[in-house]
Design a protein around this ligand. Structure first.
Ligand code: DOR
Length: 447
């Protein structure tokens, strides 16, 4: 059991960077402060000014288990997560079978309790006919209920208005939505197919899954939530216009409607399709530089609350298909922190705000106690970052089962040095250290 003092750290927490020490005892942060005394029992590690931050809480990943394990597994992707500084994840229900009953959902928890190196939670899935089962989900042990109000990998579309009204009015848990209007997408797709057949250029993805499709669906979700007082969290926003649906002036802990932006939508624009094609094909689509600028503004003004990855691995072979066949999604969980560090370096966001949006805000948003902060008494989910090392993303360093990344060849400044999950060192300078699995996340219910 850990008894360790990290000395000479630059700790990022609650909007400040302070120099000092952090004492981890067992699974908790015991003390934080300058020149902490050693009771005589603790090991010590001199960090020589490296950055220390809370572990990232990623509220949207696809780890593909059960059923899609040729793409990824909880075992492999949780190791990629901790190597990237992500200590807790919330996983989506579009596995095979989809997590549409409590029993199927619990099967995923069982796998994670054996195989996940990070802390974990799994969303309950919805369909047009599993309402009663959804309503029986335990809000303390499950992060939320996911509704695909637009179809994506796994075809879990919920498009029946009555079902949606029922879910929004009766569900006493956080509802997370994927918002894209199916009719608009299908009409756009039909036009492109008429013109190009199957060989639609990937540059068209943002015009097929377009602004209108996003707005129609996300505005409907917001309208339903306002009508029924639902706790709604809209995932992966991509367009400037959708920002009008969110209020920047309410403190996060009091918001009923919250929002997420993903690191790839902050990082890439439609100008990257000619270079990366299917590798950055994802749903909702990566859109224009103007939308990208609006997302950054929305994030910094607090219209957008949290940053996530929507880590969605597919095999390299699958991604070689043409537009109609290459599945949507890209692997990101190992690189989300270093991607954001490049934006810190470019002056787009401060370290303090980055930590707010990747660590503090997800904890607040999901009512996840004792995580997301470097506070005394919190679980010791801690990431040590070396801000100065430059390194290049190579295939050899990838821990994703799919073994590819759209970032290969990119030089990054700043590197994850160590990751602790519940006080246990699980990643150390390029190496995964096997140990006890992470914990099932526990939430404060809404009422
Ligand atoms: O691009 C995406 N891929 N978006 C989603 O919503 C689902 C995901 C997947 O599971 O592949």
């Amino acid at each position: 059991m850990a008894d360790l003092i990290l000395r000479n750290a630059r700790m990022i927490n609650r909007g400040m960077i302070t120099e000092g020490d952090l004492h981890i005892q067992k699974d908790r942060i015991h003390r934080v402060g300058p020149s902490l005394p050693n009771p005589g029992t603790a090991d010590e590690l001199d960090l020589d000014g490296k950055l220390v931050m809370p572990g990232i809480i990623d509220d949207q990943v696809h780890f593909r288990e059960p059923g899609l394990t040729h793409k990824a597994q909880i075992y492999s992707e949780s190791r990629a997560a901790v190597a990237g500084g992500v200590t807790s994840f919330m996983e989506m229900p579009n596995t095979k079978p989809a997590a549409l009953t409590r029993e199927l959902l619990e099967d995923k928890y069982k796998i994670a309790s054996r195989d996940s190196l990070a802390n974990y939670s799994f969303f309950m899935g919805t369909s047009n006919d599993n309402l009663e089962e959804v309503l029986r989900t335990d809000p303390v042990n499950v992060c939320g209920v996911k509704i695909f109000m637009g179809s994506s990998t796994g075809n879990m579309l919920v498009d029946d208005r009555r079902t949606l009204e029922n879910l929004f009015s009766r569900c006493q848990m956080l509802i997370a939505t994927h918002c894209e209007d199916e009719h608009t997408i299908n009409a756009n797709l039909a036009r492109y197919q008429e013109r190009y057949g199957e060989d639609i250029p990937f540059t068209a993805h943002a015009e097929i899954r377009d602004h209108e499709a996003c707005y129609l669906s996300s505005s409907m979700a917001a309208e339903l939530a306002r009508k029924h007082g639902t706790r709604l969290h809209i995932l992966h926003l991509t367009t400037a216009r959708e920002l009008e649906l969110f209020d920047a002036n309410i403190p996060l802990s009091q918001k009923k409607i919250t929002s997420e932006v993903c690191v790839h939508h902050l990082h890439f624009t439609d100008q990257d399709y000619p270079r990366l094609g299917s590798l950055i094909k994802c749903n909702p689509a990566i859109k224009s530089p103007a939308d990208n600028r609006a997302l950054w503004e929305g994030l910094l003004s607090n219209k957008l609350d949290i940053i996530a990855t929507d880590h969605a691995p597919h095999t390299w072979e699958e991604k070689q298909g043409n537009y109609m066949h290459a599945p949507s999604g890209l692997p990101l969980v190992q690189h989300t922190l270093v991607m954001m560090l490049q934006h810190v370096k470019q002056g787009q966001i401060s370290l303090e705000r980055m930590v707010e949006k990747m660590c503090h805000a997800p904890a607040e948003c999901f009512r996840l106690p004792e995580r997301g902060y470097l506070d005394e008494g919190c679980f010791a989910d801690v990431v040590v970052v070396d801000p100065d090392t430059s390194w290049t993303v190579t295939k050899e360093g990838l821990l994703y089962k799919c073994q590819w990344s759209p970032l290969e060849g990119m030089t990054m400044k700043g590197q994850v040095h160590q990751t602790y999950v519940n006080g246990q060192l699980v990643y150390d300078q390029g190496k995964i250290l096997e140990g006890r699995p992470g914990m099932r996340l526990v939430f404060n219910p809404l009422h």
